[in-house]
Design a protein around this ligand. Structure first.
Ligand code: NAI
Length: 258
């Protein structure tokens, strides 16, 4: 079995995905800016907030996978409480650059899974702006170009995750000729360290109200199982899709009150 690369393995959903896959016998290459307390596999320390950092990480991952990679899970992400350039740098460009740099290493039949968010569903109207931003060749210029855009900077996390949904479809199209699948997962609120930042960013009452409605927050394992499914051959015909994993929150908020 070829190794699977996972970003964000030092915490939350990335750590849970690594534990699940390694428990099932997978060989892993983990990537994070923080050294994980527990991780079994090859670990690559890298800062994915810059294209240079993402490409350096890709080179180390490729060196650790001489036979090629069986999958890539882009799970690392930062909340909207971080500076907007960092949010867009990690969540959008870090993900894109790492995936493109690793594309030659991904074997035919491999799968990529990106972490978007259920909040991205509120942003259908921004598809065009996200497409333009996500595809920009010059990332510094792209960041400068949205510096006056209230959506991109004031609600950078939501913008970044809409971009992830766009990039998932786009990368799926780019990698289709190589028979590499690319899908995304859109979680609702999940009990991880990032949740406290979400409460500060989106409003404590809104986030806690979601858990009240659903009976609980999501657990990292709720998401890890779906990431593992999308990486596996059980999802062989799932490509370019987003799978919402939010306990029913979005459906309820969109239609429950009708
Ligand atoms: P977390 O904060 O527990 O883990 C994020 C990981 O990403 C950390 O290990 C961190 O070190 C790593 N990371 C951040 N910036 C990095 C950088 N520049 N370079 C390398 N690694 C970096 O968060 P969680 O909850 O596990 O989030 C995982 C993904 O799921 C993120 O993309 C997040 O946006 C997404 N998500 C999480 C939700 C939640 O409620 N927890 C809901 C929806 C989406």
């Amino acid at each position: 079995e070829l190794p699977i690369a996972i970003t964000g393995v030092a915490s939350g959903i990335g750590a849970a995905t690594a534990a699940l896959l390694s428990g099932a016998g997978a060989t892993l290459i983990g990537i994070d800016r923080t050294v994980p307390a527990a991780f079994s596999g090859t670990f690559v320390q890298a800062d994915l907030s810059t294209p240079g950092g993402a490409r350096a990480a890709a080179a180390k991952v490729a060196a650790a996978a001489p036979q090629g990679l069986g999958g890539l899970a882009n799970i690392a992400g930062v909340p909207g409480t971080a500076p907007w350039r960092t949010v867009l740098g990690v969540n959008v460009f870090g993900l894109r650059e790492l995936t493109r740099a690793l594309a030659p290493t991904l074997a035919e039949g491999a799968a990529v899974v990106n972490l978007a968010s259920s909040v991205a569903f509120q942003w259908r109207g921004l598809a065009e702006a996200c497409a333009r931003f996500s595809l920009a060749e010059d990332m510094e210029a792209a960041l400068d170009s949205v510096s006056g855009d209230e959506h991109a900077t004031g609600e950078s996390y939501l913008f970044s995750k809409q971009c992830v949904r766009f990039l998932t479809e786009r990368l799926s199209a780019e990698l289709l000729p190589r028979r590499i699948r690319v899908n995304s997962v859109s979680p609702g609120p999940v009990q991880t360290p990032i949740l406290e930042d979400f409460k500060n960013d989106h409003g404590r009452d809104k986030v806690e109200g979601a858990a009240q409605l659903l009976g609980r927050f999501g657990e990292p394992e709720d998401i890890a199982r779906v990431v593992a499914f999308l990486l596996s051959d059980a999802a062989a015909w799932v490509n370019g899709s987003d799978l919402r994993v939010d306990g029913g929150l979005t459906a309820y908020r969109t239609t429950g009150a009708l």
